[in-house]
Design a protein around this ligand. Structure first.
Ligand code: PMV
Length: 381
């Protein structure tokens, strides 16, 4: 019968890189030119929730992002779905008399609906959450089959590699806490996988604050930007071969020891070098300039607020503060979009940071303020 529909829902958090991934050595398999390290946010703070339905009555794959249908033709969604179908197993729902053989998956179409619980127009790392979620869809295809209830670790590695083929950074969202995406060196990508360096509870005091420019998406997509940097930037060659391998070791050590000054220095330096690579690309890419003179929204892991301000003024503020104290108080890092991520060692410094932010970059209006509080406001108390 053509009447049945199977559905599953998964939620995946986004992650913020402290040692950046920038540049692919293989664009199809999405293999990076260097390893990277990130911190995964709490799913309840910034995440994507994706529901997938499969039914013989669907005549094509379709996807809706925040309620709006998007084109699925070609590209990374299709690679992701192809990878998922390739791994799909027999599925039996005895209660409803549904039986799908693994070879049937090729001919079945899916409908996918994904929602972000944060403002998408802000250009936050929504693709990481989105594709990690799509990776999770495999669980839906396999979970009805008891023989597939295999070792969880093995399963997460598989999911991570599917997510990677949607968006590189997404492979890091399959784990909580601190995660390293090893670049690997095999041609088939089998060793280019994410591993958890430390779990969510390892460095619980850290507070992450995200300053989001709400007005528009980045101008150069990360795919185009990376391609152009790989082709034209000699700084990227130096960075990927000499600087990052060293920094990955130092960053792992800083995380293991919860050494905030080293963590902050490495995080800021790596963000600044990533943006220098963008500037060293021909034609140059100005991600940080995109943020000038726009409204900035600050969103704590647990609190979210609007302020007026320029991203570069925020860097200046943090740098002056760190210099004044003689040791790093706060770290900043910027992705390929108009959002600043600020990391404080504890709630006390986070509170001070927020007060300073609000002093220098006051919120535009009460109304906007109210509409973007993401929940718990205890950070201010
Ligand atoms: O995963 P992509 O293709 O959206 O690339 C993300 C690249 C950066 O966010 C700039 C860095 C990173 O490591 O996440």
């Amino acid at each position: 019968s053509k009447k049945w529909v199977l559905m599953a829902t998964a939620r995946s958090p986004t992650n913020i890189a402290v040692i950046k991934y920038w540049g692919k050595r293989d664009e199809t398999l999405i293999l990076p030119v260097n390893g990277s390290i990130s911190v995964t946010l709490e799913p309840s703070h910034l995440s994507a929730t994706t529901t997938v339905a499969v039914s013989p009555s669907f005549d094509r794959d379709r996807m809706w992002l925040n309620g709006k249908e998007i084109l699925l033709s070609g590209g990374r969604y299709q690679s992701c779905l192809r990878e998922i179908r390739r791994r799909a197993e027999d599925v039996k729902d005895e209660e409803r008399g549904i039986c799908i053989k693994r070879e049937d998956w090729e001919g079945l179409h899916v409908h996918i609906a994904s929602f972000n619980n944060f403002p998408t127009a802000a250009g936050l790392a929504s693709s990481a959450a989105g594709f990690a979620c799509l990776g999770n869809v495999t669980l839906f295809m396999c979970s009805f089959c008891p023989c597939k209830l295999m070792n969880v670790k093995e399963e997460t590695t598989e999911l991570s590699s599917i997510a990677r083929q949607g968006s590189g950074s997404a492979c890091r969202s399959l784990y909580g806490g601190f995660v390293k995406w090893a670049m690997g060196n095999k041609e088939d990508g089998s060793d280019s996988i994410a591993v958890q360096l430390a779990n969510e509870t390892h460095w619980e005091d850290l507070v992450i604050l995200i300053a989001v420019v709400c007005s528009r998406q980045k101008e150069t997509s990360s795919t185009t930007g990376m391609r152009e940097s790989v082709e034209t930037s000699s700084l990227l060659q130096y960075r990927s071969q000499v600087v990052v391998p060293r920094r990955l070791i130092q960053m792992e050590e800083a995380i293991q020891k919860r050494d905030f000054p080293s963590f902050a220095k490495l995080t800021c330096a790596d963000s600044n070098q990533f943006h220098s690579v963008c500037l060293d690309t021909s034609p140059p890419i100005f991600y940080m300039n995109d943020t000038s003179h726009r409204h900035v929204q600050l969103c704590f892991l647990i609190y979210c607020i609007y302020v007026h301000g320029e991203i570069r003024l925020i860097i200046g503020l943090v740098e002056r503060w760190n210099q004044f104290e003689g040791t790093p108080q706060v770290a900043y890092t910027y992705d390929a979009g108009p959002n600043a991520v600020l990391i404080a060692p504890n709630r006390k410094v986070a509170r001070l940071l927020l007060q300073r932010m609000l002093f220098y970059f006051p919120p535009p209006s009460e109304k906007e303020l109210d509409s973007y509080v993401l929940g718990d406001t205890s950070i201010l108390q």
